[in-house]
Write a protein that binds this ligand. Structure first.
Ligand code: NAD
Ligand code: DAU
Length: 332
């Protein structure tokens, strides 16, 4: 694949993937990104001009998408509205971008016979009990809880239908919670780190017993590239790094790594419909495609992420107060 179109490549995970592709292949990358509040052009700064370009535009606009798809060999589709709490406030951009946008991409790859990899989330499977010995697999039934996860579930169904009905050459992946550099301060880990840096307390929704299955974004990128290069058409691969932790344990770890008392946090209003636990079984990806994560030590990955936010205050600071004002209005 000589030319890869990455939608949402100015976001947290998409920008990491762009760096990963440029470092590990000879491909040219074009990013298509609307530059919403979640995007960061800084994450793409300094990339080689002969191998990279950025097109500012909307994935839900066929006139924007069609010529870019025609000009590439493969599309890796990250663009989405990604934050559950925002989807509870206003679902409309989630329906438009995540569903109509994915439909628009599918029609273009169908028209031009291009390869597609669709990036999705483990949240499409709903949640697990804390003591359930099962984890999510590729066979788990869909049961999304929030407008965000329902819109991602809808996009997955569209991709599968376009594979079966129209022979579109697509693979899908569903990944667990990512952490690492360039993640927006609205998300759990950056929010807590930056609250502490500003002399305030981390905030746990509800009891804090909810479990997320953490993976470093660099490991997500290596898995997506592996699936793009070697995955079987029509197949779904779950991506995870065996990183289950309760939110309470993560907050305590952040506080300890930042030299604070481990109990120096607050409980705040819980998220409506808050999923209890996510857990990924990634055996298919590992045994079939030979992938494994590199960042297997969560604590050292978290320490490096804390160091990154300490060093990049000029990047996150301008967004911080607006995000906190929205949380405060909801008692969070
Ligand atoms: P993000 O919110 O950081 O970035 C999303 C990017 O998409 C932004 O650059 C934004 O400008 C762009 N975008 C939004 N609407 C657009 C539109 N209409 N047209 C073009 N560009 C648009 O999100 P993220 O956390 O990097 O997630 C990226 C993808 O990975 C999403 O599809 C998400 O569902 C999936 N995912 C995320 C996680 C996670 O932990 N964050 C885990 C699994 C899967
Ligand atoms: O599982 C994959 C999903 O992970 C992705 O599909 C989403 O795009 C991504 O945002 C993430 O969803 P979550 O809802 O799990 O992530 P978030 O960072 O919003 O919250 C993680 C957990 O922390 C969740 O249980 C809610 C809780 N939380 C969050 C915030 C912002 C808190 O306890 N306090 C907070 O301040």
């Amino acid at each position: 694949m000589d030319r890869i179109l990455v939608t949402g490549g100015a976001g947290f995970i998409g920008s990491n993937f762009v760096h990963h592709v440029l470092a590990h292949t000879d491909a040219h990358v074009t990013v298509l990104d609307k530059l919403t509040y979640a995007a960061s052009e800084a994450a793409l700064a300094g990339l080689p001009a002969d191998r990279f370009d950025l097109v500012i535009g909307d994935i839900a606009q066929p006139g924007t998408v069609e010529p870019l798809v025609r000009a590439c060999d493969a599309v890796v589709h990250y663009a989405a509205e990604s934050h559950n709490d925002n989807s509870l406030e206003d679902p409309s951009p989630f329906i438009q971008t995540n569903i109509v946008g994915t439909y628009t991409i599918l029609e273009a790859v169908r028209q031009h016979g291009r390869r597609l990899h669709h990036v999705s989330t483990d949240e499409v499977y709903g949640d697990l009990e804390l003591d359930d010995p099962q984890r999510f697999t590729e066979e788990t039934a869909y049961q999304p809880s929030s407008p965000y996860s329902a819109s991602k579930a809808a996009s997955d169904h569209l991709v599968r239908a376009w594979v079966r009905s129209f022979g579109v050459q697509a693979t899908l992946s569903n990944c667990s919670n990512n952490y690492g550099p360039w993640q927006h301060v609205e998300k759990f880990i950056p929010r807590q780190i930056t609250e502490i840096l500003m002399g305030r307390r981390p905030r746990l929704y509800g009891t804090g017993e909810n479990v997320r299955d953490w993976i470093h974004t660099e490991d997500h990128s290596s898995a997506v590239l592996r699936i793009l290069e070697r995955g079987r058409i029509g197949e779904t691969y779950l991506i995870g790094a065996d990183g289950e932790k309760s939110n309470l344990d993560v907050v305590r770890m952040i506080l300890r790594l930042m030299g604070r008392d481990e109990d120096h946090f607050e409980h705040v209003t819980d998220r409506a419909g808050h999923d209890l636990r996510y857990a990924i079984e990634s055996e298919k990806l590992r045994s079939e495609l030979g992938w494994s994560p590199v960042f297997s030590d969560f604590e050292s990955g978290l320490a490096a992420t804390i160091g990154w936010y300490r060093a990049h205050e000029d990047w996150w600071r301008p967004h911080k107060e607006a995000v906190e004002a929205a949380y405060a209005a909801r008692g969070q």
